[in-house]
Write a new protein. Sequence first.
Length: 273
Amino acid sequence: MQVFLLPPFCPVSVKEERAAYTRRTREHYLHWAPFSACDVKSIVRLISESGLDWGPSVGALPARRAIYKKPKRADCYVSQMSNLDKQVLVLNKSWQPINVMTVQKALSMMAADAATAFDFADGNFVPVKWSDWLNLPVRAEDDGIRTPSRVVRVPRVIVAVAFNKVPLKRPRLTLKHLRERDNHRCAYTQRVLKPEECSMEHVVPKSKGGATKWRNVVLADKKVNNLRGDKSLKEAGLILRVQPFVPSARPFHESLRRRGITFPEWEFFVKKP
Protein backbone atom coordinates (compact mmCIF):
# COMPACT_ATOMS: atom_id res chain seq x y z
CA MET A 1 0.00 0.00 0.00
CA GLN A 2 1.39 3.40 -0.91
CA VAL A 3 0.85 6.78 0.64
CA PHE A 4 1.03 10.08 -1.17
CA LEU A 5 2.67 13.13 0.39
CA LEU A 6 1.65 16.39 -1.27
CA PRO A 7 4.33 19.10 -0.88
CA PRO A 8 3.10 22.69 -0.67
CA PHE A 9 4.57 23.42 -4.11
CA CYS A 10 2.75 20.49 -5.75
CA PRO A 11 0.81 21.73 -8.82
CA VAL A 12 -1.86 19.04 -8.41
CA SER A 13 -4.68 20.01 -6.09
CA VAL A 14 -5.65 17.79 -3.16
CA LYS A 15 -9.07 17.13 -4.68
CA GLU A 16 -7.66 16.09 -8.08
CA GLU A 17 -4.97 13.91 -6.55
CA ARG A 18 -7.44 12.20 -4.22
CA ALA A 19 -9.84 11.49 -7.09
CA ALA A 20 -7.02 10.08 -9.24
CA TYR A 21 -5.81 7.93 -6.37
CA THR A 22 -9.32 6.56 -5.77
CA ARG A 23 -9.67 5.64 -9.42
CA ARG A 24 -6.34 3.81 -9.42
CA THR A 25 -6.94 1.82 -6.26
CA ARG A 26 -10.74 1.46 -6.62
CA GLU A 27 -11.53 -0.56 -3.52
CA HIS A 28 -8.58 0.65 -1.40
CA TYR A 29 -8.97 3.78 0.70
CA LEU A 30 -6.68 5.56 3.10
CA HIS A 31 -7.36 7.64 6.18
CA TRP A 32 -5.66 11.01 5.61
CA ALA A 33 -4.32 12.64 8.77
CA PRO A 34 -2.93 16.19 8.85
CA PHE A 35 0.73 16.61 9.77
CA SER A 36 2.07 19.69 11.48
CA ALA A 37 4.16 22.14 9.48
CA CYS A 38 7.37 21.03 11.20
CA ASP A 39 6.70 17.36 10.34
CA VAL A 40 6.07 18.20 6.68
CA LYS A 41 9.22 20.35 6.48
CA SER A 42 11.22 17.57 8.12
CA ILE A 43 10.07 14.98 5.56
CA VAL A 44 10.54 17.37 2.63
CA ARG A 45 14.06 18.27 3.80
CA LEU A 46 14.91 14.62 4.45
CA ILE A 47 13.98 13.52 0.94
CA SER A 48 15.47 16.63 -0.70
CA GLU A 49 18.85 16.34 1.04
CA SER A 50 19.05 12.62 0.27
CA GLY A 51 18.90 13.32 -3.48
CA LEU A 52 15.70 11.33 -3.96
CA ASP A 53 13.19 12.43 -6.59
CA TRP A 54 9.66 13.44 -5.65
CA GLY A 55 8.37 12.03 -8.92
CA PRO A 56 5.94 13.90 -11.18
CA SER A 57 3.77 15.18 -8.36
CA VAL A 58 4.01 13.15 -5.20
CA GLY A 59 6.30 11.00 -3.06
CA ALA A 60 5.22 7.59 -1.84
CA LEU A 61 5.70 6.20 1.66
CA PRO A 62 4.41 2.92 3.15
CA ALA A 63 1.49 3.06 5.55
CA ARG A 64 -1.13 1.00 7.30
CA ARG A 65 -4.44 0.49 5.56
CA ALA A 66 -7.25 2.50 7.14
CA ILE A 67 -10.68 3.93 6.44
CA TYR A 68 -10.97 7.05 4.26
CA LYS A 69 -12.27 10.15 6.00
CA LYS A 70 -12.71 13.71 4.81
CA PRO A 71 -9.75 15.84 5.98
CA LYS A 72 -10.16 19.08 7.90
CA ARG A 73 -7.22 20.83 6.23
CA ALA A 74 -6.41 21.21 2.56
CA ASP A 75 -2.66 21.90 2.48
CA CYS A 76 -0.66 18.74 3.24
CA TYR A 77 -1.91 15.30 4.15
CA VAL A 78 -0.15 12.02 4.76
CA SER A 79 -1.54 8.70 5.92
CA GLN A 80 -0.64 6.96 9.17
CA MET A 81 2.88 5.62 8.72
CA SER A 82 3.70 2.57 10.81
CA ASN A 83 7.35 2.26 9.77
CA LEU A 84 8.17 5.89 10.59
CA ASP A 85 6.63 5.44 14.04
CA LYS A 86 8.73 2.41 15.00
CA GLN A 87 11.47 2.71 17.60
CA VAL A 88 15.21 3.11 17.07
CA LEU A 89 17.82 2.65 19.80
CA VAL A 90 20.19 5.62 20.14
CA LEU A 91 23.78 5.14 21.37
CA ASN A 92 26.31 7.73 22.39
CA LYS A 93 29.78 8.03 20.91
CA SER A 94 30.97 5.20 23.17
CA TRP A 95 28.15 2.90 22.01
CA GLN A 96 26.17 3.15 25.27
CA PRO A 97 22.33 3.34 25.12
CA ILE A 98 21.06 6.83 25.86
CA ASN A 99 17.61 7.08 24.29
CA VAL A 100 14.90 5.60 22.07
CA MET A 101 13.38 7.67 19.25
CA THR A 102 11.14 7.19 16.22
CA VAL A 103 12.42 6.19 12.80
CA GLN A 104 11.45 9.61 11.43
CA LYS A 105 13.70 11.44 13.93
CA ALA A 106 16.50 8.92 13.43
CA LEU A 107 16.50 9.38 9.65
CA SER A 108 16.50 13.15 10.12
CA MET A 109 19.61 12.88 12.31
CA MET A 110 21.31 10.64 9.76
CA ALA A 111 20.48 13.01 6.90
CA ALA A 112 22.03 15.88 8.90
CA ASP A 113 25.20 13.77 9.51
CA ALA A 114 24.49 13.88 13.25
CA ALA A 115 24.23 10.10 13.46
CA THR A 116 25.32 6.89 11.76
CA ALA A 117 23.36 3.63 11.65
CA PHE A 118 24.53 0.06 12.20
CA ASP A 119 24.30 -2.47 9.39
CA PHE A 120 23.77 -5.88 11.01
CA ALA A 121 24.74 -9.03 9.10
CA ASP A 122 25.72 -12.54 10.29
CA GLY A 123 26.16 -11.45 13.92
CA ASN A 124 28.41 -8.52 12.97
CA PHE A 125 27.62 -4.82 12.66
CA VAL A 126 29.37 -1.83 11.15
CA PRO A 127 28.48 1.91 11.30
CA VAL A 128 27.21 3.31 7.99
CA LYS A 129 26.81 6.97 7.01
CA TRP A 130 23.66 8.36 5.37
CA SER A 131 25.08 8.50 1.84
CA ASP A 132 26.03 4.82 2.01
CA TRP A 133 22.88 3.83 3.90
CA LEU A 134 20.70 4.88 0.95
CA ASN A 135 22.37 2.23 -1.22
CA LEU A 136 21.90 -0.68 1.22
CA PRO A 137 19.44 -3.35 0.05
CA VAL A 138 16.27 -3.97 2.04
CA ARG A 139 16.29 -7.61 3.12
CA ALA A 140 13.31 -9.78 4.00
CA GLU A 141 13.78 -9.16 7.74
CA ASP A 142 14.08 -5.38 7.31
CA ASP A 143 11.47 -2.63 7.25
CA GLY A 144 11.63 -0.04 4.48
CA ILE A 145 10.51 3.47 3.61
CA ARG A 146 9.33 3.51 0.00
CA THR A 147 10.05 6.49 -2.28
CA PRO A 148 9.49 6.85 -6.04
CA SER A 149 13.12 6.02 -6.82
CA ARG A 150 14.10 3.50 -4.12
CA VAL A 151 13.28 1.83 -0.81
CA VAL A 152 15.30 3.06 2.18
CA ARG A 153 16.06 0.55 4.91
CA VAL A 154 14.78 1.40 8.41
CA PRO A 155 17.63 1.53 10.96
CA ARG A 156 17.40 -0.37 14.26
CA VAL A 157 20.33 1.26 16.07
CA ILE A 158 21.99 4.63 15.45
CA VAL A 159 25.01 6.35 17.01
CA ALA A 160 24.93 10.05 17.94
CA VAL A 161 28.45 10.85 16.75
CA ALA A 162 28.78 14.15 18.65
CA PHE A 163 27.36 13.01 22.02
CA ASN A 164 29.50 11.14 24.57
CA LYS A 165 27.59 11.53 27.86
CA VAL A 166 25.41 9.03 29.73
CA PRO A 167 22.37 11.01 30.91
CA LEU A 168 20.73 9.97 34.15
CA LYS A 169 16.97 9.89 34.31
CA ARG A 170 14.76 9.85 37.39
CA PRO A 171 11.68 7.60 37.14
CA ARG A 172 8.36 9.35 36.64
CA LEU A 173 5.80 8.99 39.39
CA THR A 174 3.58 6.22 38.04
CA LEU A 175 1.99 3.19 39.66
CA LYS A 176 4.44 0.92 37.84
CA HIS A 177 7.49 2.78 39.17
CA LEU A 178 5.88 3.01 42.62
CA ARG A 179 5.57 -0.78 42.69
CA GLU A 180 9.26 -1.08 41.84
CA ARG A 181 10.28 1.39 44.56
CA ASP A 182 8.23 -0.35 47.29
CA ASN A 183 9.08 -3.89 46.11
CA HIS A 184 5.41 -4.65 45.37
CA ARG A 185 4.57 -4.61 49.11
CA CYS A 186 1.75 -2.81 50.87
CA ALA A 187 3.08 0.04 53.02
CA TYR A 188 0.71 -0.91 55.88
CA THR A 189 0.57 -4.73 55.84
CA GLN A 190 3.88 -5.50 54.03
CA ARG A 191 2.00 -8.11 52.01
CA VAL A 192 3.23 -8.72 48.45
CA LEU A 193 0.50 -7.41 46.15
CA LYS A 194 -0.58 -8.53 42.73
CA PRO A 195 -0.71 -5.81 40.05
CA GLU A 196 -4.51 -5.68 40.16
CA GLU A 197 -4.44 -5.20 43.97
CA CYS A 198 -2.13 -2.16 43.94
CA SER A 199 -3.11 1.45 44.39
CA MET A 200 -1.27 4.74 44.89
CA GLU A 201 -1.91 5.89 48.47
CA HIS A 202 -1.33 9.48 49.62
CA VAL A 203 0.20 9.64 53.11
CA VAL A 204 -1.33 13.09 53.58
CA PRO A 205 -4.69 12.94 51.76
CA LYS A 206 -5.18 15.25 48.81
CA SER A 207 -8.27 16.67 50.50
CA LYS A 208 -6.00 17.86 53.33
CA GLY A 209 -3.43 19.47 51.05
CA GLY A 210 -1.28 16.44 50.30
CA ALA A 211 0.65 16.59 47.01
CA THR A 212 1.19 13.80 44.51
CA LYS A 213 4.94 13.57 45.02
CA TRP A 214 7.35 10.74 45.72
CA ARG A 215 7.66 11.68 49.42
CA ASN A 216 3.89 11.64 49.94
CA VAL A 217 2.82 8.45 48.15
CA VAL A 218 3.20 4.77 49.00
CA LEU A 219 1.98 1.51 47.55
CA ALA A 220 -1.13 0.18 49.30
CA ASP A 221 -3.74 -2.50 48.95
CA LYS A 222 -6.86 -1.19 47.23
CA LYS A 223 -9.02 -2.51 50.09
CA VAL A 224 -6.99 -0.58 52.68
CA ASN A 225 -7.07 2.53 50.49
CA ASN A 226 -10.86 2.35 50.16
CA LEU A 227 -11.36 1.80 53.91
CA ARG A 228 -9.14 4.75 54.78
CA GLY A 229 -10.80 7.22 52.42
CA ASP A 230 -9.69 10.79 53.17
CA LYS A 231 -8.90 10.16 56.85
CA SER A 232 -5.48 10.79 58.34
CA LEU A 233 -3.34 7.85 59.41
CA LYS A 234 -4.22 8.50 63.07
CA GLU A 235 -7.94 8.72 62.35
CA ALA A 236 -7.85 5.51 60.29
CA GLY A 237 -5.72 3.68 62.88
CA LEU A 238 -3.04 2.77 60.33
CA ILE A 239 0.71 2.53 60.90
CA LEU A 240 3.04 3.36 58.02
CA ARG A 241 5.72 0.64 58.03
CA VAL A 242 7.89 2.20 55.30
CA GLN A 243 8.95 5.77 54.72
CA PRO A 244 8.42 7.12 51.19
CA PHE A 245 11.50 8.43 49.41
CA VAL A 246 12.55 9.80 46.04
CA PRO A 247 14.21 7.10 43.90
CA SER A 248 17.66 7.91 42.60
CA ALA A 249 18.31 8.78 38.97
CA ARG A 250 19.49 5.86 36.84
CA PRO A 251 21.22 5.42 33.49
CA PHE A 252 18.88 4.93 30.55
CA HIS A 253 20.02 1.35 29.87
CA GLU A 254 18.64 0.18 33.24
CA SER A 255 15.12 1.35 32.45
CA LEU A 256 15.47 -0.08 28.94
CA ARG A 257 16.52 -3.44 30.38
CA ARG A 258 13.44 -3.57 32.61
CA ARG A 259 11.15 -2.45 29.80
CA GLY A 260 12.36 -5.16 27.43
CA ILE A 261 14.10 -5.49 24.08
CA THR A 262 12.04 -4.39 21.08
CA PHE A 263 14.36 -5.74 18.36
CA PRO A 264 17.03 -8.48 18.54
CA GLU A 265 19.65 -6.00 17.28
CA TRP A 266 19.34 -4.15 20.59
CA GLU A 267 20.66 -7.13 22.57
CA PHE A 268 24.24 -6.31 21.55
CA PHE A 269 24.11 -3.08 23.59
CA VAL A 270 21.70 -3.83 26.46
CA LYS A 271 23.00 -6.09 29.24
CA LYS A 272 20.59 -8.69 30.56
CA PRO A 273 19.61 -8.40 34.25
